[in-house]
Write a protein that binds this ligand. Structure first.
Ligand SMILES: Nc1ncnc2c1ncn2[C@@H]1O[C@H](COP(=O)(O)OP(=O)(O)OP(=O)(O)O)[C@@H](O)[C@H]1O
Ligand SMILES: [Mg+2]
Length: 241
């Protein structure tokens, strides 16, 4: 069994006439939290979308748990127990929080059939999900919606959880809640890949890190090493912690 759950090798992605990813090499170690950092427009979201099959890689390979998933379509990729929370969270505003989670629960036809032990575990991590269970999700704050989006992604057991900018626009107290939740998820054995702009958030959560620039990974290593190296932070990201 490889130490890496997910591996990208030389991945190129074109969007229409634009060549966006120029040979992305990235490894996501099993059981760890990997942070994907980089300036605006570096290609982070495009990388996640390419992993999920929402864009087709024009070159290179993507391997998950030893299987080549480069040419699989998105539903097949999701069936491999990979969950993806996009930047816009993809929440159904008119549906209640409960209905949003029910839609993601493959085995359950109605709320009573949802795995109640798993729900209690989710409520423990995200109290807002329980508090607003019967409220329309669209009425929740940005931070609460983010909690619902992550909760929905893990309503079924997952091997890999991919989240695009989970800390975006969140107040510090909510960020702490989010960090604690990801930590608990990691303890449960889920491998996590997060895109982040917030270096502080990244440092507190990340085991390993990949930094993108211009459609390539330009640095990869331990998060702790990057967190200690201000010169490297400045050269890669233009700012220090
Ligand atoms: N649908 C699209 N059509 C054309 N160009 C796109 C499209 N989506 C992204 N791009 C371009 O691809 C490049 C990478 O975008 P991407 O969204 O992957 O960056 P990002 O690292 O996620 O940035 P941010 O931190 O701002 O979210 C950018 O130059 C962007 O303008
Ligand atoms: Mg993005």
């Amino acid at each position: 069994m490889s130490a890496n759950l997910l591996e990208l090798a030389g991945v190129h992605t074109h969007i229409g006439a634009y060549h966006i990813l120029h040979g992305v090499d990235m490894a996501v170690p099993r059981g760890a939290v990997t942070l994907l950092l980089g300036r605006n427009g570096a290609g982070k979201t495009t990388t996640l979308r390419t992993i999920m099959g929402l864009w087709q890689a024009s070159q290179g390979s993507i391997r998950f748990a030893g299987q080549d998933i480069t040419r699989l379509d998105t539903p097949r990729i999701a069936q491999l127990n990979i969950a993806y929370v996009p930047e816009n969270m993809g929440i159904f505003a008119d549906l209640t929080v409960q209905e949003n989670l029910l839609l993601a629960a493959r085995g359950a036809r109605n709320a009573a059939a949802m795995d109640s032990q798993r729900l209690q575990w989710i409520f423990g991590m995200f109290p807002a999900v329980e508090k607003f269970w019967h409220h329309p999700a669209g009425k929740l704050s940005g931070g609460q919606k983010q909690m619902v989006a992550v909760a929905r992604a893990i309503v079924e057991p997952r091997d890999l959880l991919i989240v695009d900018e989970p800390s975006k626009g969140l107040a510090p107290a909510i960020i702490n809640n989010m960090i604690a939740a990801f930590d608990q998820l990691k303890q449960s054995g889920v491998t996590i890949l997060l895109v982040e702009q917030n270096l502080n958030f990244a440092r507190r959560l990340g085991d390993s890190v990949a930094v993108m620039d211009n459609g390539r990974v330009v640095h990869a290593g331990a998060m702790a090493a990057l967190a200690q190296d201000e010169a490297l932070q400045r050269s890669l990201l233009g700012l220090a912690l």
